[in-house]
Design a protein around this ligand. Structure first.
Ligand SMILES: Cc1ncc(COP(=O)(O)O)c(C=O)c1O
Length: 535
């Protein structure tokens, strides 16, 4: 499908690496097109005979898209479907095909569903974008690095970055160039400064040409990029000829702003049992699919008029990570190069997974999927609220002073109104995703002062303190993810990390998994540990 007046992708072939430029089509895949010619008897392919596959039929019972995921009541009537072994007028999807070697593009029916969805929801800014299925964003990022990066390249990353993304390129001797972020995501001015001063800061070193970021519900910080920042970042990337890889697993989990329980209306906070979630003004029960789409911050893809954005979408957070299924949206040249690499590596995502998700989405329809997603968003919004409410219950939250960019500072319970309240940590209420990110202020603890007095450097004291504090949390049976896991690798060894900010450390808290009761026990235990360490 092309859109009148919409530009086509520009030539970005100079971004491809040597490996990708020299890759040729797999001869085995080339032969497939002839197999489907009418009258052809193929003695060529090594396809196993489907009559010998042991699976006769796949039956599934799935939630209806309008299911109220926040209700503890019995879910409304499920939808059932089956995938038979062989085609019939009522069944296009078959196990014979799903279990056979297939096209590296992925299922044509599923791709076409995704294309329609992407055109409607993301409205890409150029017309000849391609959809290519992959086995999840982890697989997809591997393929992006595989076509774009040379050994030793510098890659632009957020100053706290998703660890498995860098664990992929670190063994290639690549290095991260950390760009500062705050609660609204990557700071465009900081990106521009790095690129403008590159030749002075890194003389004779090849300029980075790839920016990796997680724009919504950032992992680990929970930050969500504003549209203004996305526009500014895109403009800078055009100016400096940077490819943007938007790894966006949390795109559909964009929340309304958090309102403290004490400031919600009677009706909102009121008498309902604590496990019944608060309904926000734009929760799905009041929204149709289009209003939900309108409530989402547009993607980089929608701003992209040149084809310089590689968008990674995954079903991991919307339909389950075990499906190992997602899709690229990118320009035709990159799609073709990724396809060539896919043919000789993963070949295609699991056929069973494709068949199952295809059947699910086609039985829901476009409208149904656009009912499912806001319902899911509401459910995670409630979880975000639980966590923020619980932090407010076990700590006092005070407004941040001017030198702290976070929304609030947490202090000891009962001390919020005292002048000398000592900051434990600051954080911002997440506007998307699954994580809250807390920044701890160590100088006011005597343990830290003692460690500083006996350590060779401040950084050493910070790291030692962080380890001891984390161990104490674990002893108390509450597990948080240490912020140091997300520190960019800036040297040629995996341990050569960006220097730590002095006197502060970070932890990531996930609100995606535990029940409200478990979350409460966890936050209470966390508060006990803070009290001990700050006493
Ligand atoms: C930023 C980011 N990228 C990628 C992934 C992995 O996605 P997938 O399951 O699609 O491989 C995650 C999962 O936590 C993530 O947070």
């Amino acid at each position: 499908m092309t859109f009148a007046g919409t530009p086509k992708a520009i030539d970005l072939s100079h971004h491809l690496n040597k490996l990708s430029l020299s890759r040729v089509a797999s001869p085995l895949k080339d032969i497939i097109k002839y197999m489907h010619e009418p009258g052809m008897i193929s003695l060529a392919g090594g396809l196993p005979n489907p009559s010998l596959f042991p699976f006769g039929e796949l039956r599934a019972r799935v939630y209806a898209p309008e299911t109220d995921l926040r209700s503890s009541e019995e879910h409304c009537s499920p939808i059932e479907f089956s995938i038979p072994k062989n085609a019939s007028p009522s069944h296009k999807n078959t196990l014979s095909a799903a279990l056979q070697y297939g096209s590296s593009y992925g299922s044509a029916r599923l791709s076409s569903f995704i294309r329609e969805f992407t055109s409607h929801v993301m409205t890409p800014g150029y017309s000849d974008f391609e959809i290519l299925l992959h086995s999840g964003n982890t697989d997809a990022w591997n393929k992006v690095v595989n076509i774009l990066c040379e050994f030793g390249d510098y890659i632009l990353v957020e100053e706290h970055t998703y660890p498995s993304s860098q664990a992929l390129w670190a063994p290639m001797g690549c290095k991260g160039v950390p760009i500062p972020i705050d609660k609204d995501g990557l700071i465009p001015e900081a990106l521009e400064l790095v690129l403008k001063n590159w030749d002075q800061t890194f003389p004779r070193i090849k300029k980075p040409h790839l920016l990796y970021l997680v724009p919504v519900g950032h992992n680990p910080t929970g930050a969500t990029l504003t549209l203004e920042r996305k526009k500014a970042i895109y403009k800078i990337c055009v100016e400096y000829d940077i490819i943007i890889c938007e790894d966006d697993p949390y795109y559909f989990l964009q929340f309304p702003p958090y309102v403290l329980q004490s400031q919600r209306t009677q009706e909102e906070s009121g008498t309902a049992p604590s496990d019944i979630p608060v309904e926000h003004p734009n929760s799905s029960s009041e929204l149709d699919g289009q209003a939900y789409v309108n409530s989402l911050i547009p993607t980089f893809l929608s701003l992209d008029v040149q084809g310089r954005v590689i968008r990674l979408d995954t079903f991991s957070k919307t339909l389950g990570p075990g499906n190992r299924l997602g899709y690229f949206v990118c320009n035709p040249l990159f799609a073709e190069r990724i396809l060539r690499a896919t043919e000789v590596t993963t070949q295609a995502p699991s056929g069973l997974s494709q068949a199952l998700i295809e059947e699910l989405l086609i039985s829901w329809g476009q409208e149904g999927y656009l009912r499912w997603l806001p319902g899911l968003r509401d459910s995670y919004t409630s979880r975000r609220d639980w966590m923020c409410d619980l932090i407010a219950k076990y700590f006092d939250l005070v407004p941040s002073p001017a030198n702290i960019v976070d929304d609030v500072v947490a202090v000891q319970k009962g001390h919020g109104s005292t002048k000398d309240a000592v900051p434990y940590f600051s954080f911002s209420f997440p506007k998307g995703g699954m994580f809250a990110w807390i920044k701890l202020y160590l100088p006011s603890t005597s343990t830290y002062q003692n460690m500083k007095a006996t350590s060779p450097s401040n950084e050493n004291a910070t790291a030692k303190w962080a380890e001891a504090f984390w161990m104490d949390l674990i002893k108390e049976k509450v597990l948080l993810t240490p912020g140091s896991y997300y520190t960019p690798i800036i040297g040629s060894g995996i341990n050569e990390r960006m220097p730590l900010e002095p006197d502060v450390i970070f932890f990531r808290l996930a609100f995606s998994f535990e029940t409200r009761e478990e979350m409460e026990v966890g936050i209470e235990r966390m508060a006990n540990v803070f009290e001990r360490w700050w006493s």
